[in-house]
Design a protein around this ligand. Structure first.
Ligand code: GLC
Length: 559
């Protein structure tokens, strides 16, 4: 293992944990989570083995899109704390070995942001050009809206100045005009400000929309800079201000399209991108109990620079989007995991968390997280996944999965001592309620989901191959099984996962190995011999999973 590589590119082996301060822990009893509460709960995250926190937007907001509608990029939502509390939380996290990244939401502002208020006050406002306007009535853009249940156009008429402004998301979120150099300067200043407080980078919201120039009138289009040159600028700006800073981008595009946002093989644009395609195909594989869709998705990843990385996940804070599956494939996933209309949203996604989708079956859940952590890339967890939290379908849309963290079996899951009616969001009810699913009880139980996740995270961190390796699927005869190997330097890890309920024995042949090698289990006790041809038989239970390190005579690994 090369020490310099692994510490400089810390993000390649990171365990990222996404949380919303508002729903994590309330320390001042007002029903809203806060930075003081987060600081109190950092030990839990350290024990889990998290190495990087991703904080969802905590800025002053009009509160119409869960904080993604920002009214001041430099501020802190007063319900959550102030700058001093943010700095304390960042500093405490770093002390516990965790870096912190935050959401950078600069595709748009809230319509209550002072820039937009000024922009719409008059066509001559110096802020007018901070946004994208058109004077002629727009064509039908109903197919382009992101939230089809709320919007039917990406243009909204501003009554006062009688022009239309562009909004890719809700009409209360006017898009910023990044072709305006003044806006680009503002964005850099915002990034510089937060980096100065000790952050290690950003999760960049809606990158393709941020860069798009589609809404900008033809006359101006000619003088627009290359959007990818702009992304390159942002990456080098972060590098100059913070040596270890990253840009983790939200780019839900087919793999070929994502290559561009890495800057191709030059690798000088986004540092990391979520692999939305592998995530969607994972659910298709799980629904079919057939590893092929996931294996094909991983094989279809474009080659990327060593300066870049994929981020893998099974759930995030939005709808679990299935938009890149065909209609038939999406229906298969809906049938398996969210058959009722109330479980679906926007006709393209699910509003459930994983545990209820598999009826809380611990075998399936553990197999799926074992698979997630064994995939090449950096795993990203959404708060509550470590204890198997469920959702609250009584809440609207995407809010179903944004309920308070469940710490104890006490009222409101120990999230807050305020009256339940004052909580920022109600807790989950039913079989996944805090009474049944909470951190305190699971901490005391060595067989719990939390104990399992903690072991898994620890093993992942001991296996740098997983974040850095050359990855290959190993041929074997079972449709429901994914067997793959990751090799980096002198280390090889083999992972075998059974997506189906029937036990099986998997014959594996490992090139370059012989009877001097053996496969040592990392998630259980045991080892399997290889024969002269490098072949082994690996037994898997229904929904079984094994991580196997290839150990040869010269190995110095601690296994
Ligand atoms: C991103 C966020 C989502 C938000 C949207 C608009 O897609 O993930 O939660 O609603 O941007 O800001």
């Amino acid at each position: 293992m090369r020490i310099t590589d692994t510490s400089d590119t810390w993000w390649k082996n990171a365990v990222v944990y996404c949380l919303d301060v508002e729903t994590f822990m309330d320390w001042n009893d007002d029903g809203v989570g806060d930075f003081a509460g987060l600081a109190q709960r950092l030990d839990h995250l350290q024990e889990l083995g998290v190495t990087c926190l991703w904080l969802m937007p905590f800025y002053p907001t009009a509160e119409k899109d869960d904080g993604y509608d920002i009214t001041d990029f430099y501020g802190v939502d007063p319900r959550l704390g102030h700058h001093g509390d943010v700095v304390e939380a960042i500093r405490t996290a770093r002390d516990r070995g965790m870096r912190v990244i935050v959401d950078l939401v600069v595709n748009h502002t809230s319509d209550r942001h002072p820039w937009f208020r000024a922009a719409r006050s008059s066509k001559d406002s110096p802020y007018r050009d901070y946004y994208v306007w058109r004077s002629d009535p727009p064509p039908d853009t109903s197919a382009e809206v992101v939230f089809p249940d709320q919007e039917d156009s990406i243009w909204e008429l501003d009554e006062r100045t009688c022009e239309y402004y562009l909004h890719r998301f809700y009409k209360h979120q006017p898009d910023l005009n990044v072709s305006n150099p003044a806006v680009r300067d503002e964005i850099a200043k915002v990034m510089g400000f937060w980096l100065e407080l000790g952050l290690s980078g950003f999760r960049v919201d809606a990158v393709p929309f941020l860069l798009e120039t589609a809404g900008i009138p033809q006359a101006e289009a000619a003088r627009l800079p290359d959007p990818h040159a702009y992304l390159r600028d942002l990456r080098s700006f972060v590098g100059r201000r913070s040596g270890d800073g990253i840009l983790l981008g939200e780019v839900n595009l087919p793999h070929e399209g994502q290559a561009e946002f890495f800057g191709g093989l030059a690798g000088d644009e986004l540092t990391m991108q979520f692999d939305f395609i592998a995530m969607q195909k994972l659910y298709l594989s799980l629904a079919r109990q057939d590893a092929a869709p996931l294996a094909d998705a991983l094989a279809s990843r474009p080659p990327i620079s060593p300066d870049c990385q994929w981020a893998t996940f099974v759930r995030n804070h939005d709808e679990l989007t299935l938009d890149k599956l065909s209609d038939d494939e999406r229906d298969e996933v809906f049938t398996a995991f969210g058959p009722e209309e109330s479980m679906q949203v926007y006709g393209r996604g699910l509003r459930r968390r994983l545990p209820p989708m598999v009826d809380g079956d611990p075998r399936r859940l553990r197999m799926i997280y074992s698979l997630l952590f064994s995939l090449p890339g950096t795993p990203v967890l959404f708060y509550g996944e470590e204890i198997g939290m469920g959702e609250n379908l009584a809440l609207d849309g995407r809010s179903a999965v944004r309920t308070p963290m469940q710490w104890t079996s006490a009222r409101s899951g120990g999230f807050s001592r305020a009256a339940p009616s004052r909580l920022t969001a109600p807790v989950v009810e039913g079989p996944f309620s805090p009474e049944h699913v909470n951190v305190a009880v699971q901490r005391a139980d060595p067989e719990s989901m939390l104990a399992f996740m903690t072991r898994l995270v620890q093993r992942y961190r001991e296996c740098p191959e997983l974040g850095r390796a050359e990855f290959a699927v190993i041929d074997q005869p079972h449709r429901s099984v994914l067997a793959h190997r990751c090799t980096w330097g002198d280390g090889t890890l083999v992972a075998v996962h059974n997506l189906g309920p029937d036990a099986c024995t998997v014959p594996l042949t490992l090139d370059g190995c012989d009877d001097e090698h053996r496969l040592v289990d990392l998630l259980q006790v045991g080892s399997t011999p290889l024969d002269r041809k490098g072949t082994a038989s690996v037994a898997l239970d229904g929904y079984g999973y094994r991580w196997l390190r290839v150990v040869g005579p010269a190995s110095r690994r601690l296994v």
